[in-house]
Design a protein. Structure first.
Length: 217
């Protein structure tokens, strides 16, 4: 299976499982604590939220931002996000993040539990897209699972990218990309790409704040 096929299956999983998406946020205290951390993050100005899902994070961002543009590729989760988020400063956009290019720049680019779904071969292009979306002085803020989260996943071998198997209530099974980033390795990789970055663990998760390379001129 190549990355395109794996990503297509990942998309099918999130579309089919939209109604089950919010369950972990209700069941796990660690996720509830992470949601509260938004108040302490340097979110400001015009915010671009990548892979917004059902909008768990979107109203929290909107409370601190001038505006929020929330992007996701799955129609079904966007419908739930729109129902959850009524702020007039939030705009939702349906787009494939592996193809979409932001038409403008933002003060903050935020993504929660998305980086782990990006195949390693596509990470440099992804970070270039994030850099291109940031206004001068802007920051990327990201939250995701650390290596300890692998304990709770059915990790698959012999895939084109690190992957896990997910099951829905109806018994259907889907492969998804799932990269359990080590904070130090991720820091080193971003530094090698020219980013200034700080990543801190929060339980089994991590929170990263990064500034893009400075382009001469």
């Amino acid at each position: 299976m190549d990355d395109d096929a794996l990503l297509a299956e990942q998309m099918a999983y999130y579309r089919a499982g939209a109604a089950e998406y919010d369950r972990p946020y209700a069941e796990y205290e660690d996720l509830q604590r992470l949601l509260a951390v938004v108040e302490d993050l340097p979110i400001a100005g015009d915010v671009l939220e990548l892979a917004c899902g059902t909008g768990q994070w979107t109203p929290l961002l909107a409370a601190r931002a001038h505006s929020v543009t929330a992007v996701d590729a799955a129609t079904e989760v966007l419908a739930l996000a729109r129902a959850r988020t009524t702020s007039p400063t939030v705009r939702f956009l349906e787009a494939d993040l592996f193809e979409w290019q932001p038409p403008r720049r933002y003060d903050t680019v935020f993504f929660a539990f998305w980086l782990s779904h990006v195949p390693p071969t596509r990470l440099p292009d992804f970070w270039n897209t994030v850099a291109a979306a940031l206004a001068p002085g802007g920051k990327a803020i990201f939250i995701d699972d650390g290596p300890a989260a692998a304990t709770y996943e059915e990790v698959l071998a012999n895939q084109s990218a690190p992957a896990a198997l997910r099951r829905l209530d109806d018994g259907s099974q889907y492969r998804i990309v799932k990269v359990f980033h080590d904070a130090q390795i991720l820091t080193d990789d971003l530094t090698a790409l020219g980013w200034s970055v700080g990543i801190r663990p929060v339980g089994g998760n991590f929170i990263g704040i990064a500034e893009p390379p400075v382009t001469p001129g």
